[in-house]
Design a protein around this ligand. Structure first.
Ligand code: NAI
Length: 712
């Protein structure tokens, strides 16, 4: 029987995407010293830098062929080294994720891993040294091309360098998980493969990649290719000996490896729980890389990648990734951008927790005068002093220059005189959460400002329409709901009332974009999106406690969601008083579906739920808290409660969509991911609710058609 050719072996995979934009491998010979020749392969998909080189199946097959040709030439003595570089600004992003998402079954997923290993692995089997000149952006599989080669150089201006797989529910499965720890040591590899992706997909600069030992040499962009060729020449001729300071030695393998993995595992479990598969799979592979050979390591990567690609979490992650990358940038229901009015001066009413934080953001991002007011001069002064202190800190960290710091400080002023708001075209309030107070303060400011100036409110639970009800021009009012901490949370819920004009809404959207926040437009209904969902979950959690369910059982019930914290940790974080208020507001609005909790008010008086040690680490539930909630007689099991919460969430989200609070389920998930830290691997909430059967039970259908799930 004739041997199966690679093209035959990977045929199913290669046929998946008939329109694959193939990244070609162009070869040219570069003469180097001693009459030798370096074969230089340039990866180029023929498109400009907005369409990075990707590594689809047909690309990998072709790359392998080209490498085979070079190996044959090397054998004949025609070439003495092979180098790979990219097109301008781009080396290579990895596989085309949208296509990986289309992989129909486990076996095809496995082939994808095997094809990558087989093709890129040829870089180590050429019979002559192989080099990768990372001339620009390198992500995922792009980085792994380099790892499979013998030597690497990097352009100091390369825009992005990362192994983001774990962030997307995958593992670096074309050699990365085995090769990287063996190249740069266990701790560095854990950082690059696991910690960075989980820190909101943090990337490395070229300098960092070099310092970690991922690249052997770094050169400035001006002569990057020439410098890299010269360097390769010196390596080939033996003039340059490459020393790798981070390459793990015996001691590291014997003494450090397992300990580092153990610490990483504990850190992971305490930070994100155990629901997400990909970080733990990566950890397993990195752990095993200590004493397995390359072949075994690569085979383990094949299995892990195939499992993950076929699983639910990867599909949900890709859904979430597309929401954050695409939908967030083109918000649903946004009016024509051209309607937005310029904002040349900002007025901030209130100088408390929220107002002072966003006042700082306005001045930094809009670079226009910001005037801030409060009830008295002392509070105003405190607010301004806070903003100045934060600007000083930015300067101290080198994030802004001395000039910029001076300019920003000069742009901020405090006042107790509302007539100073006269020339503001954007005024935003964050005073106490009281309707009459907010109505009064807007009415007062309206006397001074032009009829077109926008009035925005940061209210988290009041009706935006009612806040504007006493105004002459209520059509200029818009909700602009930030999340705490303002600098960190990427979401703003922009609330449109029945009166809000397209101009006001467009101005709010443009302003959010200038603040570099993602805005989602919501209807003026209680809690908008994020607080309504939180109120549902927290209300159920407190109700369970009130009816006698132990705190620990409640915590266990929400663990499968993979949320960043338990309901009680979240309540403590937002403040128990605020939490009780959120529950009360929602109970008032929807008494049959949302619980209020007398006990939560009592816990708020106590000030905490958990007993903590001196460092703030949770030791357990505080005894006084246990006393407060005792007496419930109808406890639930974790399973019962989990189902109650899931069904309740599915029902509530379904109602929100019927009521057109937002345009689509996608917007709810986007809000939950960006505003409440709901995990990618759950896809926010709706993919999970569809999969768990909650959607069917709650409203006899699913949010997504077909549901977003794996192919296992
Ligand atoms: P805060 O109590 O820290 O600040 C409120 C400030 O407003 C105080 O400095 C107060 O003196 C001032 N103030 C009260 N009446 C005033 C008036 N008539 N004129 C000028 N200043 C006045 O409250 P916080 O937490 O900053 O909340 C403010 C608003 O932001 C509320 O509507 C709240 O619902 C909303 N919000 C709060 C979030 C949070 O996490 N704390 C998150 C998102 C929204």
């Amino acid at each position: 029987m004739a041997a199966v050719t690679p093209a035959e072996r990977f045929a199913k995979l290669a046929a998946l995407d008939p329109d694959e934009v193939i990244t070609h491998s162009f070869v040219r010979d570069i003469p180097i010293s001693g009459g030798k020749t370096l074969a230089l392969i340039t990866l180029d998909n023929g498109k400009d830098h907005t369409r990075p080189n990707t590594l689809g199946p047909n690309t990998l097959l072709r790359f392998a062929e080209v490498l085979d040709e070079q190996a044959a030439r090397a054998k004949k003595g025609e070439i003495h080294g092979v180098a790979v570089t990219g097109k301008p600004f781009i080396f290579a992003a990895g596989a085309d994720l949208s296509k990986v998402n289309d992989i129909p079954d486990y076996e095809t997923g496995k082939q994808m891993a095997q094809l990558g290993h087989w093709s890129l692995g040829k870089l180590a089997e050429l019979g002559v040294p192989s080099f990768v000149f990372t001339n620009g952006l390198a992500l995922g599989g792009g980085v792994e091309v380099g790892l499979n080669a013998d030597y690497r150089t990097i352009d100091s201006s390369a825009a992005a360098f990362a192994l983001p797989e774990v962030f997307l529910g995958l593992i670096p499965g074309w050699g990365g998980a085995w090769l990287l720890p063996n190249l740069i040591g266990i701790e560095n590899a854990l950082e690059v493969i696991i910690s960075n992706p989980l820190k909101n997909n943090r990337m490395l600069s070229a300098q960092q990649a070099f310092d970690l030992g991922i690249a052997d040499a770094i050169f400035p962009p001006a002569n990057f290719l020439e410098d890299s060729i010269k360097w390769a020449d010196a390596v080939i001729s033996g003039k340059t000996k490459v020393k790798r300071k981070n390459e793990p030695g015996k001691v590291e393998r014997l003494a450090k490896w397992d300990i580092a993995v153990g610490i990483a595992e504990k850190t992971l479990a305490s930070r994100i729980g155990r629901v997400a598969h990909s970080p733990y799979k990566a950890l397993e592979l990195i752990k095993a890389a200590k004493n397995t050979d390359k072949k075994t390591g690569f085979a383990a990567e094949d299995d892990a990648l195939a499992d993950l690609v076929a699983g639910d979490q990867f599909r949900a992650s890709i859904y979430a990734f597309n929401l954050v990358q695409k939908r967030a940038k083109r918000p649903a229901g946004a009016p024509d951008k051209a309607l937005a009015r310029p904002v040349t001066k900002v007025g901030v009413i209130g100088a408390g927790l929220m107002a002072r934080q966003f006042a700082l953001l306005f001045v930094r991002r809009l670079q226009v005068p910001v005037v801030i007011t409060d009830l008295d001069q002392t509070r105003v002064d405190e607010g301004v002093a806070y903003i100045h202190k934060e600007i000083d800190e930015l300067l101290g960290k080198g994030r802004i220059s001395g000039d910029e710091s001076n300019r920003l400080k000069a742009l901020v002023s405090g006042t107790t005189d509302k007539s100073d708001f006269a020339d503001c075209d954007w005024v935003i309030e964050a005073i106490f959460e009281e309707l009459e107070a907010k109505q009064a303060v807007f009415a007062e400011v309206e006397k001074f400002i032009t009829p077109e100036a926008i009035l925005a409110t940061n209210t988290s639970s009041l009706s935006v329409e009612q806040i504007g009800a006493k105004l002459k021009n209520p059509e200029r009012v818009v909700g602009f709901h930030f999340f705490n901490p303002v600098a960190v949370m990427p979401l703003i819920e922009v609330v449109r009332t029945p009166h809000t004009t397209d101009e006001a809404l467009a101005t709010a959207m443009a302003t959010a974009a200038k603040l570099r926040k993602n805005a989602v437009i919501t209807k003026d209904t209680p809690g908008f999106v994020v607080n309504r969902i939180l109120a549902k979950v927290l209300g159920e959690a407190m109700h369970a406690v009130d009816t006698g369910t132990p705190f620990e059982v409640v915590e266990e019930s929400t663990r499968p969601f993979g949320l960043p914290m338990t309901p009680f940790e979240l309540l403590e974080l937002v403040g128990l008083k605020v939490g009780a208020h959120v529950l009360d507001t929602h109970h008032k609005a929807f008494p049959d579906r949302f619980f209020e909790s007398e006990n939560l008010h009592k816990l708020a008086e106590l000030g905490h739920i958990f007993e903590r040690d001196a460092k703030g680490k949770v030791k357990g539930i505080d005894k006084k808290a246990l006393d407060i909630v005792k007496g419930g007689t109808t406890p639930m099991t974790a399973q019962q409660l989990q189902m109650r919460i899931e069904d309740g969430l599915a029902d509530e989200i379904h109602r929100m969509l019927e009521d057109k609070v937002v345009e689509a389920a996608e917007d709810i998930d986007l809000c939950l991911i960006l505003g409440a830290g709901y995990p990618f691997q759950m896809g926010g909430a709706t993919p999970y609710l569809d999969r768990s059967g909650a959607s069917e039970r709650a409203f006899g259908d699913t949010f997504h058609h077909p549901p977003i799930r794996g192919v296992n």
